[in-house]
Design a protein around this ligand. Sequence first.
Ligand code: 26V
Length: 813
Amino acid sequence: MITKEYFKKLYLDKFQSMHGKEIAEATPMDQYLTLGAVIRDFISRKWIASNNAYAKMDDKETYYFSLEFLLGKLMDANLLKLHLKEICAEALTELGIQLDQIEALEPDAGLGNGGLGRLAACFLDSLAALQLPGHGCGIRYKYGFFEQKIVDGYQVELPDNWLKYGNVWEIRKADKAVEVRFGGNVRLDRVDGRTLFIHENFDPVLAVPYDTPIVGYRNNTVNTLRLWSAETTMKDFDFSTFNRGDYLNAVKYKYEVESISQVLYPDDNHLEGRVLRLKQQYFFVSAGIQSIVRRYKKRHIHLRDFHKKVAIHINDTHPVLAIPELMRILIDEEEMGWDEAWEITTGTISYTNHTILPEALEKWPIDIFQTLLPRIYMIVHEINERFCRQLWEKYPGDWNKIRSMAILSDGYVHMAHLAAVGSNSINGVAKIHTEILKSQVMSNFYDSYPHKFNNKTNGITPRRWLLKSNPQLSRLISDTIGPDWLYDSRKLQLLVDYVRDSAFQDRIHGIKQHNKALLTAFIKDKYQISIDPDSIFDIQVKRIHAYKRQILNVLHIMDLYNRLLENPNLEIHPRTFIFGGKAAPSYYMAKQTIKLINTVAAVINQDTRIHGKLKVIFLENYNVSLGEKIFPAADVSEQISTASKEASGTGNMKFMMNGAITIGTLDGANIEIKEEVGEDNIVIFGLTADQVLKYYQEGGYNAWDLYHEDGRLKMVLDQLINGFLPVGPDEFRGIYEGFLYHNDEYFVLKDFSSYVEAHNKINRLYQDKEKWVQMSIHNIAHSGKFSSDKTISEYARDIWNIHPVPIPNNPLF
Ligand code: 26V
């Protein structure tokens, strides 16, 4: 074990060698960078040992390909995993440095939009915790997800320059760079009876990898997240163009190349068909696969066994070009025949679908695709031909069926179809989502390949979402049932024995109040708004999207406000409604939703007539680090999407693990949360998925009827446009018309009354303090089912066929 004195020495030595000045002159950023370097040294030893073990072993490795990895901050998480946090904090205190103050300087690694990107980060955490050989592959965006500011109630986007002060966790591996080729043409040649496909006149892009260590929890495993950055190849930039004297074009070319890894697209569940995004997709997929094949060949195993040693998982369809790219390398570079290459490729690739929203299903115009990726297009074309021939044999003459399943149809490349045909596994992310995939969205593919379909309900890492974010609750759990829950989350169930233990209940209640006080202080400090820490903290944090129905939440708040104005003595427990989330910059309705929340908040928060019984807060710039402050402080978790629309949700799991009670629809993983905690420990309302789907298929829904039947509902809808809110008369007309003139696509009005009832129930339940805390304990105790360790064990067993590789202590150090 390392001593405090030794840690101090490491720190001081490192400071001197990095900064060449007296420690007394250190800026906070110097202190942060020094500590980062010290921690990195600890990690490096394990990283080398892990890489050596993986290079020598004969077993399979997995690669998780994702356009997004939403890691958040790493310093505190790494200290916890290395078991160095206490020693480090003590050592730094003696040097006059506050650990939490310098940790706060670290920017969030915000390389993701929301659920899909954070899931990828939780999965990497679990792979390393379970000692599984599994790595990430993605893009090193220079600018991550935009920073959100609220100005006059509106969202304003600012660039997220997260690399401004460098990144202590990454290592640039210039020697491992590869070339990725865009554009040009393909010339056919015949040599020795073989057709050669020669890609020429292409634009080369250099892909340079930056590796970030992914540290296992108190084991010796350190896996790798490899993120690719786009650069110009020296030869093209410096020597050819530049030397011909065409300086301006040389600089323009460099700018265009670097733009590939410049910025994360801030779209979530909505496709904006920009060619740069397609470039990003092929860029990292090609680089990733080239480097995997290169590494594989060093192991001197025959390529025919590739799929027995390598699994590649694609996180949604964004990396689906992994399929034709692996085919290209096997056929064009390794001279393999089509059939063998196809067997290897389909044996290697597995696919997760994360959404059924039609506007998020990726498709690219064929002309754009073909121009950008001529050789890849030829391969996709051939895959499509062969697939359609099979379909023709199965469904002779049924052109409609074939057209609905083809990879190329109606002028588009359908990415989900390519994923379904070219992979060995297709999974949804919660039970209901997988069922909807099988019965609706991909039912034709399910008929053809039933064996490929399986469910893997999402999960979250308890290391970040409990141990790191809620240290008091973690300590109480360890004191009560022992520390094993951090290795085996199912052990949390042991807490059920303490549901009726009044001393335990008191401590759970005390911790919740402590966390609420912290959030109260944060809000006071940042917004100068006082909220009541004894009020019910009712929280909805997630991307802003019509299907997630933040507006349903707002309409209920407006109704509650109206009731309070009508009857100032109304018996309600004081409520604080908290929102957070970003809207896609081009998504008008989502941005108007933010304006509406802020407008309603401004009206309610300054109204003294309601005696502070109601407060509404919109927390700016919701991200991983803000989430870590929010989840531990929540009493109520809002999970109110239109049933069938939310594939899983993972915020719901983070709230649950921190003891909040869910108010939610029977959608996504809410259904499984209900199965785990039992219906007494969750509040469910609204239409079911079957009812929603039936309305879509058969019609019969009329929003005007509800408007006329329900006076309270009519009142809040009218308040959107009748001057009740201090905005111009047309500010919220779009929202109003969406409900009434476009027949309320997401059934907000339909679910309104049962939602109000559900909130009344929450109010009643909260009156009984003991009952409430018992519900809270049930939620914590059953949250183990939603640990990403469990999810990843299932992926490892059912899809990837990978096994733990215990890493020995590195004896050199
Ligand atoms: C899709 C698209 C489509 C085209 C371009 C931009 C873009 C960006 C992101 C996505 C992914 C949308 C899918 C997504 O984020 N799904 C969420 O995945 C979570 C993890 O599985 C799940 O918990 C959420 O319910 C689901 O909405």
